[in-house]
Design a protein around this ligand. Structure first.
Ligand code: ATR
Length: 268
């Protein structure tokens, strides 16, 4: 009897626009790995049954995206240190009979900054938003030894909750601009081309504007930033590198990141 083909999945809600299957299936083929990667939209109430399928080896592993990165945790046997610290899991593996939650968003963010050759050490960072991906970004920024992290969120309570988790951050009121070197948009504003209410003009020095969104590839946040001569980067590299790290965890292979990889994710 031939062994069952390995199968991987990304779960989330919504999930239709996820490009994870495109990327993983491309790498699987390129590396001659006999496996498939699919996407499934779940309701929160379905998470437990879904994760049981990994335990029963009906599914080989999964990625987790918004809004379930925290919700999957109670059903896992073990967390990596980074997943534990951020309370965020985006990759699940089944190792020696245990379901293990990993967070590869952290290394994804870190490698994206390294890839663009931006020297972030000792820089002052202003983060807009306090949603699912922000703990991972803060964890990565601390690892990269930035000098200060300021967080602002429309719902201030969520930013304050983050401060319980990461004592070294400052929380400021939504809508107030801050003196900083790097501005990260980690809100979902921009996914539907909304504009972000932010004064881009009052900062004379050249800043890095980083949008976690990569679809559209140039959000209004990045468009405005460019108009004022700032450097603009979207979240595509972070997305690619979190996938790279998940691929490595599951298959023990480092996939190639080439022009083709970027072309695959050309989505607008
Ligand atoms: P979640 O909050 O469920 O983790 P997310 O997509 O990870 O979802 O995060 C959405 C982020 O975008 C949040 O920081 C959200 O702010 P709130 O916490 O106040 O909801 C932010 N966001 C979404 N729409 C926004 C808007 N119109 N103005 C400002 N911030 C917005």
């Amino acid at each position: 009897m031939s062994a069952q083909m390995k199968n991987y999945v990304v779960i989330g809600n919504p999930i239709a626009h996820s490009l994870s299957p495109d990327l993983h299936n491309y790498w699987l083929k390129e590396n001659n790995i006999d496996a498939v990667y699919d996407k499934i939209k779940l309701e929160k109430s379905e998470i437990k049954d879904f994760i049981n399928k990994i335990k029963n080896q009906k599914i080989s592993g999964c990625n987790v995206t918004v809004p379930f990165k925290k919700d999957v945790i109670p059903f896992l046997d073990k967390l990596s240190e980074e997943a534990k610290k951020t309370q965020s899991v985006n990759t699940i593996t089944f190792e020696n009979g245990l379901l293990v939650g990993h967070n590869t968003d952290i290394v994804g963010f870190q490698k994206s900054i390294q890839f663009i050759n931006y020297s972030i050490k000792n820089k002052k960072i202003f983060i807009l938003g306090a949603g699912g991906v922000v703990p991972s970004i803060i964890f990565a920024l601390n690892k990269m030894e930035v000098s200060k992290i300021i967080v602002s969120n429309r719902t201030e309570k969520k930013a304050k909750d983050l401060k319980d988790q990461f004592k070294n951050i400052d929380v400021v009121e939504w809508g107030r601009s801050q003196e900083c070197d790097v501005i990260i948009n980690a809100t979902s504003l921009g996914l539907n081309n909304e504009t972000i209410d932010f004064d881009f003009s009052n900062n004379l020095n050249n800043k890095l504007f980083y949008d976690v969104i990569y679809n559209p590839s140039e959000s209004n946040f990045l468009k405005e930033a460019k108009k004022f001569g700032h450097r603009a980067e979207n979240g595509k590299l972070m997305f690619i590198y979190q996938a790279f790290e998940a691929f490595r965890l599951w298959h023990n292979v480092e996939p190639n990141i080439t022009k083709e990889t970027f072309k695959l994710l050309k989505n607008d």
